[in-house]
Design a protein around this ligand. Sequence first.
Ligand SMILES: [Zn+2]
Ligand SMILES: [Zn+2]
Length: 270
Amino acid sequence: MVNCVFNKSMSSAHLKQRLIKLVRLYPILALSVLLLAYLLGGFSEKDNPLIPQSVVITCLYLFGGLVPLFFIIAFIVVGNASDKEFTRNSGNQSNLAYEDAFDLPTQVMHGYKLALITGRDPTLTGLTGDTYLADSSAKCTITPAHVPPVAGCECGFYAYKDLTDAKFELSINPGAFLLDVDLYGIGFTYQRGYRAETQVVNLLTIPKRCMRCRILPPAVFITTYRLGSGDTTWWQWQTRCVICSSSFKAEDKLTFDQMSEKLSLKIRSA
Ligand SMILES: [Zn+2]
Ligand SMILES: [Zn+2]
């Protein structure tokens, strides 16, 4: 398999990940600050607290106002940086030139990505809405004449190199499933992943717990009708426990084996 080496800087994406992780810490931090303020006597009516009440209250105001403001500014800055990065990379893409395609280094392109299972007849669906089979070649929707991937176009199958990156994406897309994929054919290497011509899905991982109650282990796939904005109304398949799936009719349920057969891939529990 051939693989054009083309590295794309994804530093702002990593920054964004770090920011989101920090935002999740904020409630814990806020509680600790309140507790600290209480312990230091900030809320006591004593005449001579360890730290004057006015100082504690000023600090609380600063923490309540300044920290969220910092996050807002940081998100705007990171957002701007990634826009600029995207423009710069798009500019670079048109400059890609290879003297001899057969000189390109070869590399196994194994990766991870997320997919939803949608449709009355279950179908793998990317987070951007494109549907695909477990073994398929990418098609370009913008310029059907060319075979993906093409420099200067966004077509092709994408995957992360690192499981950690895919797991982070999964944590902010709880309706999605984790896929283990191999990519073949012409491919582009980025800092965090690949974009390639052909994709084979090896494995779909289902979460350890029911996707509704998040307590009991999953027992079955069920499908529900989701109302989206405009004409994006669709059937979505999720794994649920015995209790959360008990009200569903037989035609809206599939066992793991049946789903595995429908999608032609292996299904494993996390
Ligand atoms: Zn294209
Ligand atoms: Zn449940």
